[in-house]
Design a protein around this ligand. Structure first.
Ligand SMILES: [Zn+2]
Ligand SMILES: [Zn+2]
Length: 165
């Protein structure tokens, strides 16, 4: 959604709420399209004593492949987005930080939400911290099954094992 900020910049105390969804099903990350369900974006843009800021949250569910066991897992995510808004001037180049520079008083919040989501998607993902992964020898999912493959023995331990015999 694109917001016209002119009335907000011109009216101290004005607050505009929003609650809508964006479609990120075409978004590609790590070779997959992780977000198939609509992303909820909600919050408000307000003018507090002349300072305009946006305070929002995006809620979304993403699918990811576990880095250890290759199972597909879905995870819910809540991502807050809070930024001050400043109007661009031809002479100001600096951007980033906690401020969003708005051109022509128009704020494309879909773009900001999408950028923020992409930045926060994990590059490595585990289905659970204790995931056992796959057996490197037979490929079995060790979370579900056990196998009889022998763990390679650390050569430093081999002497000790002989000693124990
Ligand atoms: Zn896993
Ligand atoms: Zn095995």
């Amino acid at each position: 959604m694109v917001f016209d900020l002119k009335p907000i910049f011109n009216n101290e105390g004005l607050s505009v709420s929003f609650d809508y969804t964006i479609d990120l099903s075409a978004l590609s990350h790590g070779g997959v399209n992780p977000i198939n369900e609509p992303v909820r974006v909600f919050g408000s843009i307000k003018n507090t004593t002349g300072i305009v800021s946006v305070d929002a949250e995006t809620d979304f569910t993403y699918k990811a492949i576990c880095d250890r066991c290759a199972n597909e897992v879905t995870k819910k995510f809540k991502l807050p987005i809070t930024r001050g808004l400043i109007c661009s001037r031809a002479d100001s180049e600096d951007e980033g930080g906690d401020y969003i520079t708005v051109e022509d008083m128009l704020l494309d919040f879909d773009e900001i939400a999408t950028e923020e989501i992409v930045l926060n998607l994990p590059n490595k993902f585990l289905c659970k911290e204790s995931c056992m992964g796959l057996c490197p020898i037979c490929g079995i999912d060790l979370n579900l099954n056990q196998c009889n493959c022998k763990e390679p023995i650390d050569p430093r331990l081999e002497g000790l094992l002989q000693f124990l015999d």
